[in-house]
Design a binder for this molecule. Structure first.
Ligand SMILES: CC(C)(COP(=O)(O)OP(=O)(O)OC[C@H]1O[C@@H](n2cnc3c(N)ncnc32)[C@H](O)[C@@H]1OP(=O)(O)O)[C@@H](O)C(=O)NCCC(=O)NCCS
Length: 168
C-alpha cells in the first residue's frame, strides 16, 4: 500500500537527536518550473487540496477539475458586486503552465480586471506548494473569466453601483 500523500511523514532524526534537514519532497514537476513569490496585489480567494479521485488516467490532476475550482474561485470577487445571481459567460484565456499533483496545496489568487454594464472580468492565478514542502510556490495555472449578473429569468441585469461607504 502506498503512503497517503496527505499524511505528514515522520522526519528523519540525526544520531545526535537533532532533527536532520528535511529531504526535499519529490514533486515530479519539471525542474525548469520556477519557484515564484505569491502575488501581493491579488486576493487569496480559495485554497484546496486535490485528492486521488480528481486524477485523470495518467495519475495527474484532471484539467477539468482545475477549471471547476478556477470557476469557483473567480466568482468570489464578482459576487461582491453583482449581489445576486450571476453566470459565467466566458473563459477568455486558460493556461495550464505546470501539472498539478495529488498532495499539492493549491492557492487561488484573484483580482478585478473590469466592471462592465452587466459583466465583471477577473484574473485568477493558481499556485501549488507541496504538502510536505510548504512555502515554495510554483505557478500552475492562470485564467481570465467573465461573469454576468442575471435576473430571475436568467437575463443580464446591470451590476449595481457600489454603495459609497459613508451612506451605509
Ligand atoms: C450569461 C448570459 C445570460 C448572457 O446573455 P447574453 O444575451 O449573451 O448577454 P449579452 O450579449 O447582453 O452580454 C452580457 C455581458 O456579457 C459580456 N459578454 C458576452 N459574451 C462575452 C464573451 N465571450 N467574453 C466576454 N464577455 C462577454 C458582454 O460584453 C456583456 O457585458 P457588459 O454588459 O458588461 O458590456 C447567457 O449567455 C447565458 O445564460 N449563458 C449561459 C451561462 C452558463 O450557463 N454558464 C455556465 C456554463 S458552465
Amino acid at each position: 500500500m502506498s503512503a497517503n500523500p496527505l499524511t505528514p511523514q515522520p522526519q528523519a532524526t540525526a544520531p545526535s537527536g537533532q532533527a536532520s534537514t528535511p529531504t526535499p519532497a519529490k514533486t515530479d514537476r519539471k525542474s525548469s518550473a520556477a519557484r515564484v513569490q505569491l502575488p501581493t496585489d491579488e486576493e487569496l480567494v480559495l485554497k484546496v487540496i486535490p485528492l486521488p479521485r480528481d486524477c485523470n488516467a495518467n495519475g495527474d490532476i484532471f484539467g477539468g477539475w482545475v477549471m471547476a475550482q478556477v470557476d469557483l474561485a473567480g466568482a468570489v470577487i464578482p459576487a461582491r458586486y453583482t449581489q445576486g445571481r450571476m453566470a459565467t459567460v466566458a473563459v477568455n484565456e486558460f493556461v495550464f503552465k505546470q501539472p498539478v499533483r495529488v498532495g499539492d496545496i493549491l492557492s487561488f489568487f484573484s483580482k478585478l480586471v473590469r466592471i462592465g454594464r452587466t459583466s465583471i472580468t477577473v484574473k485568477v492565478e493558481v499556485y501549488a506548494e507541496h504538502f510536505r514542502l510548504q512555502g515554495q510556490y510554483t505557478k500552475v495555472t492562470e485564467a481570465s473569466l467573465t461573469y454576468v449578473a442575471i435576473d430571475e429569468q436568467g437575463n443580464p441585469r446591470e451590476v449595481p453601483k457600489p454603495t459609497p461607504p459613508d451612506t451605509m
